[in-house]
Design a protein around this ligand. Structure first.
Ligand code: 3H9
Length: 705
């Protein structure tokens, strides 16, 4: 047996234990160990059945994802031979049970489906999440799952990658029994009950009763494909997964397996899969901070407080309540406080309506939020988050106040999206306790939390913030202190180019459509309308004295604001909006653009979607390179994770820096140089981009010395 697979016995029952922490992935040695165990079971006449179980927190959570990179880079020859191991298990002449706790995901579920039976703890989950890695199930999952769960459920599970609960798996027939308490004991007892009769279900691959009829299946696949094209726009794996499940309904098992293997290979070598695997590991890598070791002591967070019950503050309070942490929510006026609480209630009610949780859960969460006008109880809070209007004077005033009321050791966080954490911290007597917690709107929905480190922020405060992010179900990314940090700093050149393209000849809808087709959740101009164009306009007016007349500035956004077109909230911005908030191109905007550009002597020309992508993406990337070089982001991956989780960047492109690597930094650099020549100094190439391009290197491999 291998080190990773243990073989023991309980009387006549063999027990195979997969012991490959942390998630019992099917790393080299595990499938081989299982096959060897089956061989031993066959050979030993005193064994009458077998249970396979995972040690530690979970059953097998899938193939070892690191192996995929080794295969596509050529480091490892040959694939992962799980398909034949599952078949060996399925062909075992003695009854077998997979005992599932935690997660049976991907190859884990595929393995379990080769067993005669599957039992699971009520808390377990099963699923085929491969599409989230740009893959499809590759060990006959698309062929066996429809035979157990039926065509519709199997196709949906393989296409959306969402796990299902043990109870749903039982209802579908994927699991045969739920066990409460001792899983191994329960699985052995289950098997002992089944053995005497000798009447076991057929091998999964020999079951056909749930494979449906061609007419019904055709309707199922057509509907699912249409829904998937919308929900997984731009992604190839979900549609490929549906093709593979369809093969299960139209081909004999072995041919279906061969078809699946062919599609799996195509997906494995695709750019999308490489990008999504980068994102999978990236989301975990961002937690690693070189000078904040894993064993840094954490501050215990039992109570929280939030200042400001507006859109952001309310969303932040909800995050705490959702995580079971009581939170005080302070506002300056009764009216604003009532409005904030009403919004929170409405958000929760919407979730109840959508069936996300019960009214009891909603009431429990609401009861954890205490609205108030003063600072009562703030002295007990372990963390206080400020989420007031974005202005330095006000923020400093608030921080001076909370410095007076907060207990020693409490974290003082600011939700600023742009301002200097060091300057905010200077208003307190304890800059080491001050940190940025930049949430994204809506704060209770968006996964990103930019955690901004000030000059004096202590390691304990950073480590606690990172761990708190996880508790709040966010992806925390540590960034350095500069105007706009990582996300909003990069957004500036991106938005600037979108507007310049409009001035040079593209319609707003052309710019937005090109970027939506590229995979962005929304186009930048539509985002401006959603967020409110007046926000930037007010800031620009405040900083008008810094305006350099020799530098080109966008013309149209300010002119729109002067006409009262602030975006969706006024029914018009870059677009006009109907009662359903649908964006409609507006001839008035077109006329305005023509007038402004004529006055400014800007030559208008036809602009291709490719140029729209290059100008906007390379602007992001060039700024990202500066950020990386300055050490504002720890790694290129951190920038990618910020953009994917906070700015609607398509995960299947891997984030802006990964995308640059896939285009090739040499090409990106060349185009940036051309744009520099054509458009001026705001396109000055970042020295790091130049350096890496000349070295033939990538952002992914760059580490700041
Ligand atoms: C597949 O199965 C293909 C087959 O169809 C065909 C084959 C031929 N491999 O997430 P966590 C690491 S595709 C390697 O923080 P949690 C992870 O990087 C696979 N490593 O824990 C992290 O490492 P570190 C289908 C893995 O408790 C550590 O384990 N399966 C794998 O929050 C802890 O992970 C999936 O897609 C893996 N498969 O969540 C499941 N999984 O500590 C992917 C995890 O160094 N995994 N690691 O940063 C998950 O969804 C979650 O990890 C899980 C646990 C829910 C299991």
């Amino acid at each position: 047996m291998s080190e990773l697979v243990k073989f023991t016995r309980d009387g006549e029952i063999a027990i195979i234990t997969v012991d490959n922490p942390p998630v019992n992935a099917l790393s080299p040695g595990v499938p081989e160990g299982i096959a060897a165990a089956i061989g031993q079971i066959e050979a030993d006449e005193t064994i009458s059945g077998a249970v396979l179980i995972g040690s530690g927190q979970t059953f097998v959570a899938g193939a070892d994802i690191r192996e995929f990179g080794r295969i596509t880079s050529g480091e490892r020859r040959g694939g992962i031979n799980l398909t034949s191991v599952v078949r060996t298990v399925e062909d075992c002449s003695k009854p077998t049970v997979a005992a599932i706790h935690g997660t049976a995901f991907g190859g884990g579920l595929e393995l379990a489906m080769g067993f005669t039976y599957r039992v699971a703890l009520g808390s377990a989950q099963v699923g085929q999440p491969e599409v989230k890695l740009g893959l499809i199930p590759g060990a006959a999952g698309t062929q066996r799952l429809p035979r157990l769960a039926g065509v519709e459920a199997a196709a949906r599970m393989c296409a959306d990658g969402q796990p299902i609960s043990a109870a749903s798996a039982l209802a579908l027939g994927v699991v045969d029994q739920i066990i409460e308490g001792d899983l191994l004991g329960g699985a052995i007892a289950f098997l002992r009950e089944k053995i005497p009769s000798g009447a076991h279900p057929p091998k999964t691959r020999e079951r056909h009763e749930k494979l449906g009829d061609p007419e019904t299946n055709a309707a199922i696949f057509a509907a699912l494909r249409a829904a998937t094209r919308k929900s997984a726009r731009g992604m190839t794996a979900p549609l490929a997964a549906i093709d593979a499940v369809e093969a299960a309904t139209s081909l004999p098992f072995d041919e279906g397996v061969a078809r699946e293997a062919q599609i799996f290979q195509e997906c494995l070598f695709s750019d999308q899969s490489k990008a999504l695997i980068h994102v999978f590991f990236g989301e975990r890598e961002v937690a690693r901070i070189p000078d904040v070791p894993k064993d840094t002591p954490l501050i215990e967070i039992r109570r929280a407080a939030v200042i400001g019950a507006g859109t952001m503050g309310g969303g932040i309070a909800m995050n705490y309540a959702n995580a079971g942490i009581p939170v005080l929510l302070r506002e300056a006026t009764r009216e604003a406080l009532d409005r904030g609480m009403a919004t929170i209630r409405r958000n929760y009610e919407n979730s109840v309506k959508k069936g996300r949780f019960t009214p009891e859960v909603m009431e429990k969460r609401l009861s954890l939020i205490t609205p108030q006008l003063g600072y009562d109880g703030f002295e007990e809070a372990d963390i206080i988050t400020e989420a007031v209007f974005e202005g330095m004077a006000l923020k400093k005033e608030i921080f001076a106040e909370i410095d007076r009321v907060a207990k020693p050791g409490a974290i003082l966080a600011s939700n600023t999206s742009t301002l200097s954490i060091d300057e905010i911290a200077s208003a307190t007597s304890r800059p080491e306790a001050v940190i940025g917690h930049h949430y994204f709107s809506p704060a209770n929905v968006m996964r990103l939390l930019e955690i901004v480190r000030g000059r004096a922020t202590s390691r304990e405060v950073i480590a606690t913030s990172m761990s708190l992010a996880k508790r709040l179900k966010k992806v925390g990314v540590l960034v350095g202190n500069c105007y706009g940090f990582v996300g909003n700093r990069m957004l500036h050149p991106y938005g600037r180019e979108a507007q310049f393209l409009v001035e040079e000849g593209a319609n707003p809808q052309d710019v937005d459509a090109a970027l939506v087709n590229f995979g962005m959740a929304m186009g930048p101009l539509a985002v401006g309308d959603l967020a409110g164009l007046d926000v930037g306009w007010r800031i620009r007016k405040e900083h008008a004295h810094l305006h350099d007349p020799n530098v080109r500035h966008p013309l149209v956004a300010d002119a729109l604001c002067e006409l009262g077109r602030y975006g969706q909230k006024t029914g018009a911005g870059w677009y006009k909006y109907d009662e359903n908030r649908r964006a409609i191109p507006d001839p008035e905007v077109e006329a305005l653009i023509l007038k402004l550009t004529a006055d400014a002597n800007i030559r208008r020309r036809s602009i291709s979607p490719d140029e729209i992508i290059e100008r906007t993406q390379y602007a992001l990337i060039n700024e990202g390179a500066l950020i990386l070089e300055e050490g504002i982001a720890l790694r290129a991956t951190d920038i990618d994770i910020v953009y994917i989780n906070g700015y609607g960047y398509p995960a299947w492109r891997g984030g802006p820096m990964w995308y640059a690597d896939t285009v090739g930094l040499h090409k990106v650099y060349e185009r940036v140089c051309q744009f520099h020549q054509q458009h001026g100094d705001h396109w000055k190439p970042a020295p790091l981009l130049k350096h890496l391009a000349e070295q033939g290197a990538t952002f992914a491999s760059f580490r700041k010395a």
